[in-house]
Design a protein around this ligand. Structure first.
Ligand code: HEM
Length: 464
């Protein structure tokens, strides 16, 4: 049998599309969100995810439902050894494939990590490995628990007629940690949903850029185009603030100890440098060569990479390499969406940098500043849930995960450079300087308060 690829790179989604419920008024932009399997209402989230597979797959349905109890009792492996080898070809349509990936990725994580670092299996049994590998290949994502399943396909509403909101959201399947684990998933459901609100602005901005690139600098209609772009950017800024607000709700129901010891290990992958499975995991029935797959991380979310693409933020080589690698964990159409935004010959920086319009520059700067604030807030989350937690809350079952993110990065240096790359896009103008001074004060104050809280927490834990 030929060796399996280290990562799945090919793959296409089924024809059943995640439809968008509306279209932009302008069509000149030459792209349609539908063609990227992006929905105007739900963004990158699966619209109406299925909650169970047809009866033929009842063994998978049942095992995934029972997973939290089996995992607690450390009996996932016994249950997996009873699984029949089911034919993945009986799955029909994109939504069934996505649910099957969600189920098998949960079962796989339970199988691998149920005993912590001690006694990690070298291989995945055929009944799990064969369908999981092929379903992942069909979807064009990796055979591991990743954001595309955990955060995009795992949501449902308690009241189907109610709002898509924190209180009305629940998980289809549960990671360890009880409601804290659910909450860890509900936050990205909301962040992704918030992001969808600025997709119409993406479309408008791309249309405006198409018009602007044909105008010369003195053309009078250019001011109108620039002012319209500024308005669209203001709405994008509001959405980024909304995403930040949702992220801030993480503290409501997730404590650092539960996250560090229960949630995080379940998301770990195989094949990352310095991890206990640095060679990867053998998928029996696929290949005797271990397959490497990084752990689940919201770095695999398309949202921030799309914002970077639209705003013209480019990351330094090492950071870029990691973020591009994360795209192998996104559905291929979402990956193409980011590439489309990045590779446009005339992007927002061209318009903004060649303009003397302070309104436009200020709106652009506000948008960049909001993104810097979001990344700053995220760094604080990581400080609390990983760095501070690793000092005094580590129960020691997963020592190997201490210093790295589940995606495999050396966390803080990586995140700080990504934020610094964002800051470099700030453009000088009278208004923006005034604004950015205020913004830096805000960011400085938020960072100082967050830092003090984390420092206090670490000291408290040390004293205990
Ligand atoms: C307890 C909550 C969270 C923790 C501990 C956390 C941790 C991390 C870590 C360690 C990284 C570095 C990459 C890696 O090695 O995995 C990362 C990156 C990233 N995370 Fe999170 N994260 C959390 C929640 C979220 C949420 C809710 C989102 C938004 C959906 C998010 C979005 C991102 C993004 C976009 C990156 C890539 C870096 C960037 O573009 O700024 N994270 N996260």
């Amino acid at each position: 049998m030929p060796p399996a690829p280290a990562q799945i790179t090919k793959g296409a989604m089924s024809n059943q599309s995640i439809s968008s419920n509306g279209k932009s008024g302008r069509q000149s932009v030459g792209f349609d969100l539908n063609s990227f399997k992006v929905s105007l209402n739900f963004g990158f989230l699966i619209e109406n995810p299925l909650t169970s597979l047809p009866a033929y797959y009842s063994a998978w349905n049942t095992l995934t439902e029972q997973l939290p109890e089996l995992y607690k009792a450390k009996t996932v492996r016994e249950a997996v050894h009873q699984l029949p080898l089911l034919d993945y070809n009986q799955l029909s349509g994109h939504r069934q494939l996505r649910l099957a990936h969600l189920q098998l990725s949960f079962i796989t994580a339970g199988y691998v990590w149920q005993n912590g670092d001690a006694g990690i299996p070298k291989s995945l049994p055929k009944s799990l490995a064969v369908p999981f590998y092929h379903i992942s290949e069909l979807l064009g994502i990796q055979p591991v628990l990743c954001h595309a399943s955990l955060a995009l396909a795992n949501w449902r509403l308690k009241d189907p007629n109610g709002a898509f909101d924190f209180e009305n959201l629940q998980c289809i399947y549960h990671i360890p940690g009880g409601y804290s684990g659910d909450w860890f998933c509900i936050i990205p459901f909301m962040v992704e949903f918030n992001f969808a609100k600025c997709l119409k602005n993406f479309v408008e901005i791309l249309n405006l850029l198409n018009i602007a690139k044909e105008l010369n600098a003195r053309d009078k209609s250019r001011t109108t185009i620039e002012n319209q772009t500024a308005l669209q950017l203001d709405e994008v800024t509001n959405v980024i603030h909304l995403m930040n607000k949702s992220l801030a709700r993480m503290h409501d129901h997730l404590d650092a100890k539960t996250f560090f010891n229960e949630v995080r290990p379940f998301l770990a992958g195989w094949g990352g440098e310095g991890t206990p499975m640095s060679d990867g995991l053998i998928y029996e029935g696929i290949s005797s060569t271990p397959i490497k797959a990084l752990g689940g991380s919201a770095a695999q979310s398309t949202t921030l990479q799309a914002l970077d693409g639209l705003l013209g933020i480019r990351h330094k080589e090492g950071q870029k390499e990691f973020l591009v690698k994360m795209r192998n964990y996104m559905p291929p159409e979402h990956r193409r969406f980011v590439e489309y935004l990045e590779n446009r010959p005339y992007g927002l920086p061209h318009l903004v940098e060649s303009s003397t319009n302070d309104v436009l520059k200020s709106s652009y700067n506000n948008c960049i500043t909001a993104l810097v604030q979001l990344r700053t807030y995220h760094i604080q989350i990581v400080s609390k849930y990983i760095l501070a937690a690793s000092v005094g809350m580590n129960e020691g079952n997963y020592k190997s995960l201490d210093s790295k993110g589940t995606g495999g990065t050396s966390v803080m240096p990586f995140l700080k450079v990504v934020r610094a790359d964002t800051e470099t896009k700030l453009i000088g103008s009278r208004q923006s300087k005034k604004f950015s001074k205020m913004s830096w004060l805000t960011i400085g104050a938020v960072t100082a308060i967050g830092g003090a809280v984390i420092f206090g927490a670490v000291q408290f834990v040390k004293q205990k």
